[in-house]
Design a binder for this molecule. Structure first.
Ligand SMILES: Nc1nc2c(c(=O)[nH]1)N[C@@H](CN(C=O)c1ccc(C(=O)N[C@@H](CCC(=O)O)C(=O)O)cc1)CN2
Length: 302
């Protein structure tokens, strides 16, 4: 009789992100000594979505702790497109602002695409502007979206070289799925992008050495879909009812306990990919500051 598999290694994104933020803080301090000012990050929140408010507050706190100037702009939920665009234009022209981020999702009456398009590509630290998406697609340096870049950092830390690995990315959003697939391809993995119309999804996942789940459906990826020893990166952050009446809890897109019996390593939710999103945002802001000030940041520093 075979022994039951040992539980997977837990990839600690929270600890990895803390170490990265510390390093970013030192590089930001070096920048300030050289440029005579701190790197600056402007975050714009429209409305009062509770989760978005928390993320924006956390971005401000993390910026300050990493020697980055934080400019927070909170606008009422009924802000119109022209007012938001005017603020973005003002931030584009502000020399103290190196990075601009408009927190998503925006209220339904606002046009997300036109707002993102209005951000200067050189200040687009979210990496959502088509110019930066295009730069990533053709291998030019630009800004890479924070969540997929954070996932890649965790994967490289866990596996080292990704060459020749079979990877599946479940989800094809512009913010996570597509850039993730591009980053894995650039790292010489063989990549499949799966989505809601993929046939036999479980079989596609079973072939993968690397699974990145970004579908936004609680615990959709089951344990018996996971190839033994695979590395599983769970991007999902889903709030579901908890056992205790009236309470909620967070779960990922992967059934963590089941998958953890087969995977070699797996990110938890919370404490996996989520904290990397903010750490990489700070990293992109410091990189933007160096570029905008025309100063040299040695390759591989961050
Ligand atoms: N303009 C942007 N909007 C949004 C982005 C983004 O990258 N740019 N990503 C998400 C939200 N997000 C950052 O904005 C974000 C999500 C989750 C976390 C995080 O640390 N999550 C924790 C759990 C937090 C909780 O208890 O709710 C974790 O996973 O451990 C950070 C940032 C959508 N919008």
């Amino acid at each position: 009789m075979s022994e039951p598999r040992q539980a997977a290694r837990r990839i600690d994104g929270k600890a990895f992100a803390a170490t990265l933020r510390e390093k970013i803080g030192k590089v930001a301090a070096d920048f300030a000594a050289e440029a005579g000012r701190k790197p600056g990050l402007a975050v714009v929140l429209v409305g009062e979505d509770p989760a978005s408010s928390v993320y924006v507050r956390n971005k401000g706190k993390a910026s300050v702790a990493a020697n980055i100037e934080s400019f927070e702009h909170r606008l009422p939920a009924d802000t119109d497109n022209d007012t938001l665009m005017a603020l973005v234009e003002r931030l584009n022209g502000d020399p103290a602002v190196d990075g601009i981020l408009v927190q998503l999702p925006l209220p339904a009456h606002l046009d997300e695409q036109s707002v993102i398009a209005a951000i200067s590509p050189d200040k687009d630290v979210d990496g959502f502007h088509v110019t930066n998406a295009g730069r990533l697609a053709v291998g030019q340096s630009g800004f890479v979206p924070c969540t997929p870049l954070g996932c890649l950092m965790l994967l490289k830390d866990e596996l080292g070289d990704l060459s020749g690995k079979d990877a599946v990315v479940i989800g094809r959003s512009n913010i996570v799925g597509k850039p993730m697939a591009q980053l894995l391809t650039d790292a010489n993995a063989t990549v499949t992008i799966a989505h809601s119309r993929t046939k036999d999804l479980a079989d596609v996942v079973r072939r993968a050495d690397i699974v990145v789940a970004a579908v936004g459906r609680p615990e959709m990826i089951r344990g018996d879909w996971i190839k033994p020893g695979a590395t599983v990166i769970d991007v999902g952050i889903n709030r579901v009812p908890a056992a205790e009446e009236g309470k909620t809890r967070l779960v990922g897109d992967v059934a963590f306990d089941e998958a953890g019996q087969r995977a070699g390593a797996i990110t938890p939710v919370p404490g996996g990919v989520g904290p990397m999103t903010i750490a990489v945002l700070l990293r992109n802001t410091v990189v933007a500051a160096y570029r905008n000030a025309g100063l040299e940041l040695a390759d591989g520093t961050l």
